[in-house]
Design a protein around this ligand. Structure first.
Ligand code: FAD
Ligand code: NAI
Length: 469
C-alpha cells in the first residue's frame, strides 16, 4: 500500500503547482502534485506559453524567409509552408519539456498523480486516476493551483475547429483566409500574429477603444501602429452581438460598443480571446467552505491562506496578473512559508511580455498609473534607431521608456517595444528589485555594441542628458 499521507499536496501541476511542489520537496516536505491533464506543466506548457512561442518562432522564420532577407543581400526561391511539420515541431517542444518535469519530480522526490482531484475535507483530497481507480490523499496542507480556463462569449459555442479558443488556434489544420480575433489582448495579438505571418488576413475586434487594457497607453498605441503596418486590421470600440455558422465559416454581427448601426463580418475561423477565468470546477470548494470572490477567484490573505486555514491557493486561480512567472513565484513563496521560511513575492516588479514582432515588455508603473496616483515623474525615452547594433541587426523599430520618481530618480517603471524587449526587460526588473535609480542604470557599463545600451541611454535621458542622440 502506498503511503498517501503528505505534508503538502498541490492540486494542479502548472507553473504554480509544479514549481511549488519541487521547492516544497527541496525543503524537506513530503509532497504530492496532482494534475488531470495527463501531462504536467499546466496551461502554460501544454496549451499556452510554450506552444504559442514555438509557433511564433516558426511563423517568424517563414515570414523572414519570404520578406526579410533581400535587404541582407540574398534571395531564396519559393518558400513553401509545411504546416503539419510546423505543428509536429511545436508538439515535440511541448512533449520534450513535459518529460523534463517528470524528470524534475523524480529528482526532487515529488509524488505525481495523474487524475482529477476533489478536495473532500480540510486535509483530504480524492483523486480519480486517469488510468482508472481512485486514491485518497491526506495532507497537512493543500494548495489549490488549478489555474484558469477560457472565457466564452455567449452565442458563440467554441468547437475548436471554426470557433476556437487559444487551444484550437494553436492546432489549426490549415491557414484560414480570414481569421477574426475577438479581443485585442495578449492572446489575440500573439496568435493573430502567428496566422497573419503564415498568410491569413487577420481582423481584431476589440470592445474598448484601445488594445491591451492596462498597458502603458503610448506603448499600446505604438503596438497598434506597428501591427497595422504589418497588415492587421483593427475594429476598436466594437462588440460582437451575434455569430452564425454557415458552410464556409462564421458570419459575425458587430455593433459599436457605444450603440449604433450594426455591421457584419465573415470569417473562416473565429478566435475568441476575451480573457480567462479562474478554474475551480468540480473541486469541491463549496462543500469544504473555501470562499471565492465575485469573479470566482479563491480569496486568500497575504500568505495565500484561504478561508480554510489548511488550504492555500496560488497562480491564475487567485488575484493578480495571469502570468506563468507570477504563478511560479507564488509556488516558491508558499513552499517556503510552509517550511517556516519567509516566502515573499514583490508584486510591484512582475514583468509582462507580449511576444509579437517586435515584442512588447513592461515592468512597474505605467504613465497613466503614475498620473492617477499624483506622483511627480520623469520620462527617459530613447528609440532603438540611435543604437548601432539595432541598425546592424535591422531591428530599429521601437523604444525604451523609463519612468522615474522626479524627486529621488528611483525607477518606477519601464516599457519597451523591440525585437528583444522580452529579454531586455529583465534588466529593468532587476534594477527595480534593487531599488536602483536611473542614474545607477546610466552609470552601469553596458557592452558595445548591444541593444541593451538603449536602456543605459534611457537612464541618461531620464536625467536630461544623452550621449547618442
Ligand atoms: P495552470 O497552468 O492553468 O495549471 C493548472 C493545472 O491544474 C492544469 O493543468 C489543470 O489541468 C489542473 N487542474 C485543474 N483542476 C484540477 C483538478 N480538479 N484536479 C487535477 N488537476 C486539475 N503566461 C506567461 O507568463 N507568458 C506567456 O507567454 C504566456 N502565454 C500564454 C499563451 C496562451 C495561449 C495562454 C492560454 C496562456 C498564456 N500564459 C502565459 C498564461 C499562463 O499559461 C498562465 O498564467 C499559467 O499557466 C498559470 O499557471 P497556474 O499554475 O496558475 O495554472
Ligand atoms: P486579455 O485580458 O489580455 O484581453 C482580452 C481582451 O478582450 C481585452 O482587451 C478586452 O477588452 C477584450 N474583450 C473582452 N470582452 C470582449 C468582447 N465581448 N468583445 C470584444 N472584446 C472583448 O485576455 P486574453 O488575451 O484572452 O489572455 C488571457 C490571459 O492569458 C491574459 O490575462 C494574459 O495574462 C495571459 N496570457 C499571457 C501571455 C503572455 O504573457 N505573453 C500570452 C497569452 C496569454
Amino acid at each position: 500500500m502506498a503511503d498517501n499521507n503528505f505534508d503538502v499536496v498541490f492540486v494542479g501541476g502548472g507553473p504554480g503547482g509544479y514549481i511549488g511542489a519541487i521547492r516544497a520537496a527541496q525543503l524537506g516536505l513530503k509532497t504530492a502534485c496532482i494534475d488531470k491533464r495527463g501531462a504536467f506543466g499546466g496551461t502554460c506548457l501544454n496549451v499556452g506559453c510554450i506552444p504559442s512561442k514555438a509557433l511564433l518562432k516558426s511563423s517568424e522564420y517563414f515570414h523572414l524567409a519570404q520578406h526579410g532577407l533581400s535587404d541582407h543581400g540574398f534571395s531564396v526561391g519559393e518558400v513553401k509552408l509545411d504546416l503539419p511539420k510546423m505543428m509536429a515541431r511545436k508538439d515535440k517542444v511541448v512533449g520534450d519539456t513535459v518529460k523534463g518535469i517528470d524528470f524534475l519530480f523524480k529528482k526532487n522526490k515529488v509524488t505525481p498523480f495523474k487524475g482529477a482531484a476533489t478536495i473532500t475535507g480540510p486535509n483530504t483530497v480524492k483523486v480519480v486516476l486517469n488510468d482508472g481507480g481512485e486514491e485518497v490523499l491526506t495532507a497537512k496542507n493543500i494548495i489549490i493551483a488549478t489555474g484558469s480556463d477560457v472565457v466564452a462569449l455567449p452565442g458563440l459555442t467554441i468547437d475548436e475547429q471554426v470557433i476556437v479558443s487559444s487551444t484550437g488556434a494553436l492546432a489549426l489544420g490549415a491557414v484560414p483566409k480570414h481569421l477574426v480575433v475577438i479581443g485585442g489582448g495578449v492572446i489575440g495579438l500573439e496568435l493573430g500574429s502567428v496566422w497573419q505571418r503564415l498568410g491569413a488576413k487577420v481582423t481584431v475586434v476589440e470592445f474598448l477603444d484601445r488594445l491591451i487594457p492596462g498597458m502603458d497607453g503610448e506603448i499600446a498605441k505604438n503596438v497598434q501602429r506597428v501591427l497595422a503596418k504589418q497588415g492587421m486590421d483593427f475594429k476598436l470600440g466594437k462588440k460582437v452581438v451575434k455569430g452564425e455558422k454557415g458552410k464556409a465559416g462564421v458570419t459575425l454581427t458587430l455593433e459599436p460598443a457605444a450603440g449604433g448601426a450594426a455591421e457584419t463580418l465573415d470569417a473562416d475561423v473565429v478566435l475568441v480571446a476575451i480573457g480567462r477565468r479562474p478554474y475551480t470546477d468540480n473541486l469541491g470548494l463549496d462543500k469544504v467552505g473555501v470562499a471565492l470572490d465575485p469573479k470566482g477567484r479563491v480569496v486568500v490573505d497575504h500568505h495565500y491562506k484561504s478561508s480554510v486555514p489548511s488550504i492555500f491557493a496560488i497562480g491564475d486561480v487567485i488575484t493578480g496578473p495571469m502570468l506563468a512567472h507570477k504563478a511560479e513565484e507564488e509556488g516558491v513563496a508558499i513552499a517556503e512559508l510552509l517550511a517556516g521560511q519567509a516566502g515573499h513575492v514583490n508584486y510591484d516588479v512582475i514583468p509582462s511580455v507580449i511576444y509579437t514582432s517586435p515584442e512588447v515588455a513592461s515592468v512597474g508603473k505605467t504613465e497613466e498609473e503614475l498620473k492617477a496616483a499624483g506622483i511627480d515623474y520623469k520620462v527617459g525615452k530613447v528609440p532603438f534607431s540611435v543604437n548601432a547594433r539595432a541598425r546592424a541587426n535591422g531591428d530599429i523599430e521601437g523604444f525604451v521608456k523609463i519612468l522615474t520618481d522626479a524627486r529621488t530618480d528611483k525607477v518606477l517603471g519601464c516599457h519597451i517595444i523591440h525585437a528583444d524587449a522580452g529579454t531586455l526587460i529583465a534588466e529593468a526588473a532587476l534594477a527595480m528589485e534593487f531599488g536602483a535609480s536611473a542614474e545607477d542604470i546610466a552609470r552601469t557599463c553596458h557592452a558595445h555594441p548591444t541593444v541593451s545600451e538603449v536602456i543605459k541611454e534611457a537612464g541618461l535621458a531620464a536625467n536630461g542628458r544623452t550621449l547618442n542622440m
